[in-house]
Ligand binder design. Structure first.
Ligand SMILES: Cc1cc2nc3c(=O)[nH]c(=O)nc-3n(C[C@H](O)[C@H](O)[C@H](O)COP(=O)(O)OP(=O)(O)OC[C@H]3O[C@@H](n4cnc5c(N)ncnc54)[C@H](O)[C@@H]3O)c2cc1C
Length: 530
């Protein structure tokens, strides 16, 4: 039986599908979300939530729940023989300068509960079997647990169905890449004596890498690579005693392992799909790209795919943006996924080097290079995913020069309102809409020299775009938000003033240091339907 519907369909209720459904709801679009599994996964899988993902959760107004459930790690300690280098996250420019350690099962629980609070339940034991699509709609063939078949018509389908994605298979897309020869072991257990719990610990040894990651009160995740065994294609079961031997050879002396709650051995691959979208069907998360777990980027990158796409879909569904906005999803996210894939591949290869001479070189260079605050800061920034930028996207526009450009993440800064209360830019960006910031700068008369700007601003629909005048110095008289220290102006590299339009996902859509009303108006004309 075919059901006529204008409701989008999210396939897969892992962290990415749940983020997509939550974000669509926050932007005022109800969806269906289905999952073939009977219940939520109970395994801890991805443990590390990085600063940019916490900013995403903050925009979704659920960061507090994550912070209450997880454990904050200051950074990563890299142990080599007697030396320890630290990649410290405390200096990253984010309200969340740390890694949050939280089992993926908990991340999924919090996202599911938030979705239920928005009135949407995951429909379980319901799987996507196949699909076909036309220019008008997608027909999704669904299979219910009781054997019932359903054909659901939907305007948009989001394949968040993981590494073995049936959506991707149905689209006939290539998932190019390769499998690593090495296999990996992962176990959740107790350690005694345990290392210091404020950091994730990595040990580089001749046999390979060992990671010890604290989570949930007294638990530890042990992760290690196992060199390829040419004799066997099978992955033998791993016992606690195998793990003990592994920790004895690679980790600190005298550490006893006990009470394993989960031991898993698996192969990993690095792959990326050749198209992130085909007509009315999109691929997100592991369905579109899988990487080595080194660097812990998989889940974080997928969640940000959803955060990038949901607001665009919502605007198009509401008829407030042209359909070409959706093409920017692939153009913006594919380079990010490729970058993450290369980064995690480099980390994996560095960690699993086998030649003794090359290992010696690595062991000599790591403390020298990694010991500098500059390199440590750069690595933390990369892993935080704060440096992601969409500068070459066709839906952003940059005018003039400046350090910060359209496409970059819009940074936070503290301001004051008329009552002297502290207001943060990130607070303004939390509403599910664009935010237009008029930095009045040190020469607010520049605004007067931009005749026509007021008319452009008056024409903006308030349900789509919030706007604020931010003053400093002479500009304070005309402002509604005060940048008393000048910090917001300098962070945005607009000491002399200018216009910034921030997208609902917190990236700069448009930047113009000259308040040119015609350019702003043209930008709105191209990217919105008013
Ligand atoms: C053992 C292990 C350890 C990992 N460790 C880390 C780590 O430390 N750090 C990290 O960042 N990442 C890690 N990952 C990867 C991380 O778990 C994934 O990147 C993340 O789960 C991707 O989320 P997703 O929502 O895209 O896909 P998934 O979490 O795979 O969710 C897909 C969902 O789709 C459902 N589904 C599939 N097919 C269908 C269908 N036809 N119809 C309906 N529903 C369907 C599935 O039941 C599932 O619930 C690990 C993965 C594994 C397996």
């Amino acid at each position: 039986m075919a059901t006529e519907s204008q409701i989008p369909l999210v396939v897969g209720a892992g962290p990415v599908g749940l983020t997509m459904a939550n974000e669509l709801a926050r932007h005022g679009v109800r969806c269906r979300i289905i999952d073939q599994a009977k219940a939520r996964s109970e395994t801890s899988k991805a443990l590390g939530i990085f600063p940019r993902t916490l900013e995403v959760f903050s925009a979704m107004e659920i960061a507090d729940r994550f912070l209450a459930a997880g454990q904050q790690l200051e950074g990563i300690s890299i142990h080599q023989r007697e030396s320890v280098q630290t990649i410290n996250f405390s200096a990253v420019a984010s309200p969340f300068p740390f890694i949050l350690s939280l089992p993926q099962s908990e991340t999924e629980r919090l996202l599911s509960e938030h979705l239920a609070a928005q009135g949407i339940e995951v429909e379980r034991e319901l799987s996507l079997n196949s699909l076909e699509q036309s220019a008008q709609c997608v027909r999704a063939h669904l299979h219910h647990a009781d054997g019932r078949e359903e054909v659901f018509e939907t305007p948009w389908l989001f394949g968040c169905d993981g590494a073995h994605s049936g959506t991707r298979h149905a689209l006939g897309l290539n998932f190019s890449g390769a499998r690593y020869d090495e296999s990996f072991i992962l176990a959740d257990l107790q350690l005694d004596p345990a290392p210091e719990r404020g950091h994730l610990h990595l040990y580089f040894g001749a046999e390979g890498i060992l990671g010890l990651i604290p989570f949930s009160d007294n638990w530890w995740r042990v992760v290690a690579n196992i060199p390829p065994d040419s004799r066997s294609q099978e992955l033998p079961e791993v016992t606690l005693s195998d793990l003990q031997t592994l920790v004895d050879t690679r980790g600190p002396a005298g550490m006893r392992l006990s009470d394993p709650i989960w031991i898993s051995r698996f192969h990993i691959s690095h792959r990326i799909v050749d198209e992130f979208r085909k007509l009315r069907v999109f691929l997100l998360g592991d369905a579109a790209h899988i990487h080595s777990p080194a660097g812990g980027q998989g889940m974080n990158t997928g969640i940000q795919d959803a955060f990038n796409l949901a607001w665009k879909v919502a605007l198009v569904i509401k008829g407030r943006a042209p359909a070409h906005l959706l093409a920017s999803y692939q153009l913006e996210r594919e380079p990010v996924a490729r970058h993450v894939l290369n980064l995690t591949d480099r980390i994996t290869r560095l960690a699993t080097l086998r030649h003794p001479l090359v290992q010696s070189l690595r062991d000599f260079l790591l403390p020298v290079v990694g010991g500098t605050a500059f390199v440590s800061g750069k690595v933390a920034e990369q892993l935080s995913e704060l440096a992601i930028s969409y500068r070459s996207s066709p839906v952003v526009e940059n005018l003039g020069s400046g350090r910060l450009r359209a496409g970059d993440r819009a940074p936070d800064a503290e301001l004051r309102d008329k009552n002297g209360q502290a207001r943060r830019l990130f607070e303004l960006f939390r509403r599910p809409r664009h935010v237009l910031l008029l930095f009045l700068g040190s020469r607010p008369e520049k605004l007067d020299q931009a005749p026509g700007l007021d008319a452009v601003l008056e024409g903006l629909p308030s349900e789509l775009i919030d706007r604020y005048r931010i003053g400093r110095g002479e500009g304070l008289k005309r402002a509604e938000l005060f940048d008393l220290s000048g910090n917001a102006h300098s962070t945005y590299d607009l000491v002399d003033g200018g216009v910034i339009l921030v997208r609902p996902d917190g990236y700069v859509a448009f930047r113009d240091p000259e308040f040119d009303p015609a350019r702003l108006s043209q930008y709105f004309g191209r990217n919105f339907v008013f």
